[in-house]
Design a protein around this ligand. Structure first.
Ligand code: NAG
Ligand code: NAG
Length: 412
């Protein structure tokens, strides 16, 4: 029993702080053979990457109603229709640019004449400040996609609207960026009316059928993980750090025998596909992912996996649930309230947004304008932002859907 406890604790700490457990001798010298430009991309911030590749870049700061200071990154095209891109779990605005101007979505949207705004939710590397809470406090990290949906997204949408003069904007969310959007629509309904279309890439709400073997192993330990994180005071989950960036370079570059470990970890969580991931770019990708979030966020997703098809609020346990919600069980999010026009883009080999769970979402959302199954059977969860052929397989279709809807509306 005691051994089991020790092993599980180590496993959880290992997942929370893998680099400390790896304790591999990391030295800058071993990464000399990486293409210097790819190595540089690992270190540049989103606005720096935009400038490097010849695009205009702006940085904007805003404060949420509950005091979190957020940063948005913009490829400005004043007067053009704004598109707000919202990243997934552990990701940041960096995900929309890291694959470079020939592949990444942010550049493509700008080249198609859009004013591109990229959000960064609380706790990510670009949005780590608060008007009065310290980053070392438990209170700062007391959030999940629920607070992102009720606070971060409305603040960023309002900011874009105020600064562009448009009454409505396009919203593109990947993964957690879709979960938070649904929460926003359900609990801050006025915001559902502020989007022209919501383009959902790899939409995540119900997670009953998630196929990721790693998630399946970890999810039943959710309650235990919650106790351990509390006990050890680990409130922040995988911050973006120099040591991660270096580990990415040492272990994942093209010449490294360990590159297969990097790809297998990604495939284990996201779905297997060796064809659409450009492994040469792994050192750059790992400079930007993980970008940091709260441990509570993972626990909330773990609870949803365990909740047998219910998409519901955080489970604090019977006593605290009664105080918070007035019921023993946490309330479900009512997806029938998502009145915004939603285009769903999903794929067969997505182990996190399984097609059965997406089908259930389709049944509950009242205003679906498009259901698009990516015509590539091995396309996985991360391919929506990283795939070599993401433009022809996904982005062209997203842009087509946005344009179709624009022609139906008067925008300002
Ligand atoms: C964080 O926010 C506070 C309060 O607005 C500000 O004074 C401080 O300079 C900010 N810190 C950083 C590192 O941006
Ligand atoms: C992979 O990335 C490298 C470096 O950016 C690039 O030179 C190469 O063309 C990419 N491969 C594919 C198949 O896109």
């Amino acid at each position: 029993m005691r051994n089991l406890f020790l092993i599980s604790s180590l496993l959880i700490i290992g997942l929370l702080h893998p680099v400390e457990l790896l304790s591999i001798p990391i030295s800058e010298g071993t990464v000399d053979e990486i293409d210097p430009s790819i190595k540089e991309d690992a270190y540049l911030t989103t606005p720096e990457l935009l400038k490097k590749y010849g695009y205009p870049a702006e940085v904007h700061s805003m404060v949420t109603a509950d005091g979190y200071i957020l940063e948005m990154h913009r490829i400005p095209r004043p007067g053009a229709i704004p598109v707000y891109l919202q990243h997934g779990l552990m990701d940041s605005s960096g995900g929309w640019v890291i694959m470079g101007p020939h592949s990444a979505f942010a550049y493509y949207l700008y080249d198609h004449g859009y004013d591109v705004w990229m959000g960064n939710c609380r706790g990510t590397r670009y949005s780590r400040n608060h008007t009065h809470l310290s980053l070392r406090s438990k209170e700062y990290w007391d959030f999940t996609f629920h607070e992102m949906g009720t606070n971060d997204l409305p603040t960023m949408i309002d900011y874009v609207i105020e600064n562009t003069g448009f009454k409505k904007i396009h919203y593109v969310g990947h993964s957690q960026g879709t979960t938070a959007f649904f929460v926003m629509c359900i609990l801050r309904p006025g915001y559902c009316d502020k989007v022209i279309t919501m383009q959902a890439l790899a939409p995540v709400a119900h997670m009953e059928h998630t196929q990721s073997p790693l998630i399946k192993v970890i999810a039943p330990m959710t309650d235990f993980a919650e106790s351990v994180t509390k006990l050890l005071g680990i409130y922040e989950f995988l911050p973006n750090s120099h040591i991660m960036r270096l580990a990415g370079q040492v272990l994942c570059h093209d010449e490294a025998v360990t590159q297969v470990v990097c790809t297998n970890i990604i495939f284990l969580v996201m779905g297997y596909n060796s064809e659409q991931l450009n492994t040469t770019m792994l050192p750059a990708i790992l400079g930007h992912v993980p970008a940091g979030t709260s441990s509570k966020q993972f626990i909330h997703y773990g609870q949803i996996v365990n909740a047998k098809g219910r998409f519901r609020m955080y489970d604090y346990g019977i006593v605290k649930n009664l105080v918070k919600y007035g019921s023993f069980k946490p309330p479900s999010y009512d997806l029938s309230k998502v009145t915004a026009p939603v285009a769903l883009h999903f794929s067969k080999n997505d182990w996190l947004a399984d097609t059965k769970d997406v089908a259930k979402l389709q049944n509950e959302l009242p205003n679906i304008i498009k259901e698009y199954l990516v015509p590539e059977p091995k396309f996985n969860h991360l391919d929506f932002i990283l795939a070599i052929d993401s433009r022809t397989l996904v982005y062209d279709d997203v842009i087509k859907s946005m344009k179709e809807y624009e022609s139906k509306l008067s925008l300002n």
